[in-house]
Write a protein that binds this ligand. Structure first.
Ligand code: ADP
Ligand code: MG
Ligand code: MG
Length: 875
């Protein structure tokens, strides 16, 4: 079996076998770009390595040595040669890029003998020793598990003794000493000499890369990014290009377009006389790529041409690594560049305009979940803010939160419900868990391609990097900026779009769609067939939804209106009534209020349908909590409170007790209330149609749809429907307005789904209430499940995913399918929608499209996401 591919044997389509990096290196080699020769060990080899209990698959090593021979011939160097040694990098390369998550060893093949050859051949002992000390440090850290800082300490002390600031200022003789010190560290920490046999080094390094697939950082990264664990990593072995050989050498990273804004301009950083990770690790502050034009014009031009070529070739923005060795350019990596949501939109729109891709491709390319960032609030531009400092605007968005200085603490405080801003000198992959939980990230060191910046952009979190004005003191848990000091827990705000660090909390405003976003959604609308509505309970929300492109309201909840401050006493009066007359008197007071509610929403949505759900929760939700009442009453009694008040509270307590249910979710609610207390729904239906009549008289096209919740049986619906239709008829006659009457039901109980043909006889539309349908199908009460046991189901992979987030397609989805089929059979033109929270979740939206629903309904801010997801489902 073939486990090893030379770069020239692979191509871009072999990602899953060669990993992203390997496929990219192969593709670049084959289109004639200057790539140092090398080969890739496949992901299959990695998986077989794990399956066999950490043994290389048979024949793999033989292929490695054979391929190495080819590289030797190509470079004219020899691995381990005492006169002309070949040095290689050993690089991990997963199928999906996992930046900084996996480990890479550079300069492998060096030992006490070969390093002397490097000295002789380069005529540069400082360079040779620099390679050797880097190699010992990386190899020991990654392969032998010796802590990085053991070596860092030696370096720091050396620089202090010399009185210099940067690694590249250490002279040759001193660097030779550093190498000796490093070897002592290895002996001390591992109990063995640093391995001198290059072949042994290579074998150990390959094993270490395979193993890094399952280190904690990698596992965590996969978990938060939904990358399956069975993919494995490939290993790339590549001859070295040296960027640390002097002033005509360097190394850098670049994006073919700006990953933060999407602007079409080469964007990157480089360091002269440096190697590998130096740029990303923020060892020295790198130079902007434009500077290269002055320093090495020919190389710069070649690089610009190469970037253009790669972008054209891949038809997408590329993230590129390169090294310059003695004035010669080498390409070391290319991959699709990660970008912020605004950049993703701008790049896709501009690439369509440039003729590079078509609209459909553009629509497919946007991750709907990522758009979420753009639909968040941002700093009010009119607010006066106290700007403390300015750093690099590494990832846009704004956030306020409490300052914390460690990832662990960020995680802990966030878990306790605090909003935190993680403030670090720089971040490393070990900080990921804290970055995930922080509102935003602020670092005092590092550039736009530093770890913090790259990861924050990937997560869609605001981030400011390299804010050097901030002096962090980890020990004191504070940072100083100018004359001010901020301690742990104090509030600051960051604006990742401008790089401003701001004191205290700041006022935010609602998001608006920019031109690129609007264009993209317009293209999405051309493609999608699924309708998109919003869930909204107020005219303001309805307007917001409409501005975001909602084609109607799929769910207006009336209970929120009952909860309003001025309503609650009347609602309680209604509930407390002993006789029907009393209750009707209270309802009569509620009628004009409800009518006003419906008037506002129907008006805001004029011309578009508005589905209004009749009262859904059990009545005791409108009464005070029983325990609270008992405490209040006891306190009043002990303090000789007003007997009248006590008596009143006692009556409420009695009623609350009478209404108490053992399981309110399955209790006296929804249309069950409508059956036992028809006067409540009657009032609501009146309010709807009076409001409609009033609007139509005013020339407004009001389109209400009356929705009856929690139906289990066709007869139940028949009774309630007849009552509602009769009321509508009366109001028609009374007002002389020809009212549009549409009455339907929610499908949220399995029985209703299974008898949907019978139910459809009385329903002009179905709306799947998938929150309750999931609860009733799984028999999970959502709050209890999510609070207590759901995570076991996810961890043990019994459920692949939280069914309240993404619809359980096999179970709940099957009921939806059955209900749609039966419903259509009984009533071919029946409208079918979904109004659970799933309506705004891309995979559930795809399911809805495939099931042939008429529309999804989601929260107003998710409407743009749903429009895009619906288009992606249709393509
Ligand atoms: P990551 O996946 O973390 O980016 P890489 O394998 O790309 O890790 O390597 C880390 C750094 O080492 C990069 O800056 C890369 O350009 C550099 N590098 C890797 N291989 C070579 C090589 N053969 N010659 C010179 N630099 C290399
Ligand atoms: Mg890389
Ligand atoms: Mg419900």
């Amino acid at each position: 079996k073939k486990y090893v591919y030379l770069f020239k044997e692979g191509n871009a389509d072999m990602r899953s076998l060669l990993g992203g990096k390997g496929a990219g290196l192969a593709e670049m080699s084959n289109i004639g770009l200057p790539v140092p020769p090398g080969f890739t060990i496949t992901t299959e080899a990695c998986n077989e390595y794990y399956e066999s209990g950490l043994d290389f698959p048979e024949g793999m090593l033989g292929q490695v040595w054979a391929s190495l021979k080819v590289i030797e011939d190509q470079t004219g160097k020899e691995f381990g040669s005492p006169t002309n040694p070949l040095l290689v990098s050993v690089r991990s390369g997963a199928v999906f890029s996992m930046p900084g998550m996996m480990d890479t060893v550079l300069n492998l093949g060096l030992n006490d003998t070969t390093v002397q050859a490097l000295v002789a051949n380069s005529q540069d002992e400082r360079f040779a020793m620099d390679c050797y000390r880097r190699f010992i440090q990386m190899f020991s850290d990654i392969v032998m598990g010796i802590e990085h800082y053991e070596f860092e300490n030696v370096l720091v002390n050396t620089k202090e003794t010399l009185g210099v600031k940067y690694d590249n200022e250490i002279d040759a003789a001193t660097m030779r000493g550093v190498v000796e010190e490093f070897k002592k560290v290895v002996k001390r920490e591992s109990g063995r000499e640093f391995p001198q046999d290059p072949k042994e080094q290579l074998v150990m390094a390959i094993k270490a890369v395979f193993s890094s697939w399952n280190n904690d950082r990698a596992i965590y990264y996969r978990k938060i990014n939904n990358i399956p664990g069975h993919l494995g990593t490939a290993v790339n072995v590549q001859s070295m290009a040296f960027g640390n050989m002097g002033g005509d050498c360097g190394t850098g990273v670049a994006f073919t377009r700006n990953p933060s804004t999407g602007e079409k301009a080469l964007y990157g950083e480089y360091l002269i006389n440096a190697q590998g990770e130096d740029v990303v690790a923020g060892i020295r502050t790198p130079q902007p790529i434009s500077k290269l034009k002055e320093e090495m014009p020919a190389v710069f031009q070649q690089f610009v041409d190469t970037c253009l070529l790669l972008e054209k070739h891949y038809k997408d923005m590329q993230d590129i690594e390169f090294t310059i060795e003695r004035g010669k350019l080498y390409m070391l990596q290319t991959r699709t560049g990660k970008r912020t949501a605004p950049a993703a939109l701008r790049i896709a729109v501009e690439m369509v305009n440039e003729g590079l891709i078509d609209k459909n491709t553009a629509v497919q390319r946007i991750d709907p979940a990522q758009l979420d960032q753009l639909l968040h609030r941002r700093i009010d531009p009119n607010a006066s803010v106290e700007v403390l400092a300015k750093g690099l605007p590494a990832s846009p968005g704004a956030a306020s939160g409490k300052v914390v200085f460690s990832a662990d603490e960020a995680e802990q405080m966030a878990d306790d419900g605090e909003k935190v801003i993680l403030v670090r000198m720089e971040t490393t992959p070990d900080d990921i868990h804290g970055m995930v939980k922080a509102q935003a990230i602020l670092t005092s060191r590092g550039g736009m391609t530093s770890h913090a910046a790259v990861v924050a952009r990937g997560m869609g979190k605001p981030c400011i990097c390299g804010c050097e004005a901030i002096k962090i003191d980890y020990a004191k848990e504070e940072f100083a900026v100018g004359s001010r000091v901020f301690k742990k827990g104090e509030l600051i705000s960051v604006d990742g779009g401008t790089g401003r660090v701001i004191a205290g909390e700041i006022p935010m405003i609602d998001p608006e769609l920019n031109d690129d976003f609007v264009t993209m959604l317009y293209w999405a609308d051309e493609i999608r067939t699924l309708g998109v509505r919003a869930n909204a309970d107020t005219p303001e929300d309805a307007e917001k939804a409409r501005a975001f492109g909602a084609e109607g309201i799929g769910l207006t909840r009336t209970e929120h209106m009952f909860m309003a401050q001025d309503r609650l006493p009347v609602v309680q009066q209604m509930i407390m009534s002993d006789t029907l007359e009393e209750r009707e008197a209270a309802l009569a007071k509620l009628l004009p209020m409800q009518q006003g509610d419906f008037y506002g929403i129907l008006k805001a949505m004029q011309g578009l349908p508005v589905t209004i759900r009749l009262l859904d929760p059990p009545l005791h939700e409108f009464l005070p909590n029983i325990e609270d009442l008992m405490v209040e009453i006891t306190t009043l009694k002990l303090t000789n409170g007003d007997p009248e008040v006590i008596k009143k509270k006692e009556t409420i307590l009695k009623k609350a007790r009478a209404l108490h249910e053992f399981n309110p979710m399955l209790g006296h609610r929804g249309c069950r209330l409508g059956i036992s207390n028809p006067e409540i729904y009657a009032m609501q239906v009146k309010a709807i149609f009076y409001a409609t009549a009033q609007l139509i008289k005013e020339g407004v096209d009001a389109k209400p749809e009356v929705m009856i919740p929690l139906v289990i049986h066709a007869k139940e619906l028949q009774v309630l429907r007849d009552q509602a239709a009769a009321i509508a008829e009366e109001i028609k006659v009374e007002t002389g307005v020809d009212l549009p009457v549409s009455i339907g039901t929610m499908i949220e109980i399995p029985r209703a789904a299974l008898t949907a043909d019978e139910v459809a006889e009385y329903a002009e539309f179905f709306s799947f209430g998938t929150n309750d349908l999931t609860q009733t199908t799984l028999g999970f009460s959502r709050d209890d499940a999510e609070g207590k046991f759901m995570h076991y189901y996810i961890e043990k992979k019994i459920l692949e995913e939280n069914p309240f987030v993404s619809i359980d397609q096999t179970g709940v989805g099957k009921l939806v399918n059955i209900a749609c089929e039966l419903g259509r059979k009984a009533r071919p033109n029946i409208k079918l929608g979904i109004c659970g929270e799933h309506g705004g979740e891309p995979r559930s939206i795809e399911f809805c499209h495939n099931t042939g629903l008429t529309y999804v309904s989601c929260s107003p801010f998710r409407v743009p996401i749903a429009r895009l997801a619906a288009a992606q489902a249709a393509a």
